[in-house]
Design a protein around this ligand. Structure first.
Ligand SMILES: NC(=O)c1ccc[n+]([C@@H]2O[C@H](COP(=O)([O-])OP(=O)(O)OC[C@H]3O[C@@H](n4cnc5c(N)ncnc54)[C@H](OP(=O)(O)O)[C@@H]3O)[C@@H](O)[C@H]2O)c1
Length: 250
């Protein structure tokens, strides 16, 4: 099926969001459903432990998957069958990276396994099932181009994923492959901070970013639908950082 019809419409399309049960993935799942798609939102936790879906989320089905387990990823895409668009936002645990001199190879590999190879596996087992006009979207972060001390593994992993997307855009074409590169986004990822620390983070982000606001999961949902529906965008990195990559960090 060629991508055509109403601009920005996902009517009649099947969208799979891995990491779609929370944060930016949930933002993308809700935006896709609003654009008319049938959505499968996947994460490790069973449905009853997840955040409540948005009103009118009858179009969002839940799937359980662990992206660090290749068999689990393969089985999920066998269950789902044909699909049109895939977005992977599944996140390694906060704090699973650290200072270079305090990490060992196994620790560094755990981070890269979850983020890079988790995304790789989803693309690998979804691509053969994707219909014409389809797309894959990976999710990285501003650290891909603006490294910070203590997070070199995050930068390296994000950069690898952005490069993988460009390679796959060629290898899997006409399937399109793109990246959303978010900046500080007010998602559940920050729920390990207490209320005061989280508000402090928002303040610091507002002060530092050229747009004077912290990103929202809705900003990411908007970008996700754009990348799924614009048939001329492939091999692109869409920077949704509010200018984070242009200024001094926090
Ligand atoms: N938020 C930010 O400020 C920010 C900024 C830049 C980049 N990023 C990056 O953006 C990505 C998404 O962040 P977020 O803020 O949306 O995080 P989030 O709210 O914590 O959501 C993470 C999602 O991934 C799922 N997940 C985690 N591990 C998984 C696994 N092994 N297999 C399958 N699903 C898994 C979670 O569901 P379950 O818990 O049920 O598994 C959840 O749906 C991350 O890679 C993060 O590094 C975030």
């Amino acid at each position: 099926m060629e991508a055509k019809g109403v601009e920005g419409s996902l009517e009649g399309r099947r969208v799979v969001i891995v990491g779609g049960t929370s944060g930016m993935g949930l933002g993308a799942a809700r935006a896709s459903a609003r654009a008319g798609a049938e959505v499968s939102a996947a994460g490790r936790r069973p449905r009853e432990e997840r955040a409540a879906g948005a009103p009118g989320d009858a179009r969002v089905a839940h799937e359980t998957v662990d992206v660090t387990d290749e068999g689990s990823v393969r089985a999920m895409f066998e269950r789902i069958g044909a699909l049109d668009h895939l977005l992977i936002s599944a996140a390694p645990e906060p704090g699973s990276w650290g200072a270079f001199l305090e990490q060992d190879v196994a620790g560094a590999q755990r981070y890269m396994s979850a983020k890079f190879f988790g995304s790789w596996a989803c693309a690998r087992y979804a691509a053969p099932r994707m219909r014409a006009g389809g797309s894959i979207t990976f999710l990285t972060g501003g650290a891909a181009v603006r490294p910070r001390a203590g997070a070199s593994m995050v930068s390296a992993t994000f950069a690898a994923l952005e490069t993988l997307a460009r390679g796959l855009a060629i290898e899997l074409g006409p399937l399109r492959v793109n990246v959303i590169r978010p900046g500080y986004t007010d998602s559940e990822m920050w729920s390990f901070l207490d209320d005061a620390a989280r508000e402090q983070l928002r303040e610091r982000v507002r002060a530092a970013m050229p747009v004077r606001r912290m990103g929202t999961v809705e900003d990411i949902g908007h970008a996700a639908v754009f990348l799924m529906t614009n048939p001329q965008v492939t091999g692109s990195v869409l920077d949704i950082t509010g200018g984070e990559t242009l200024v001094d960090g926090l």
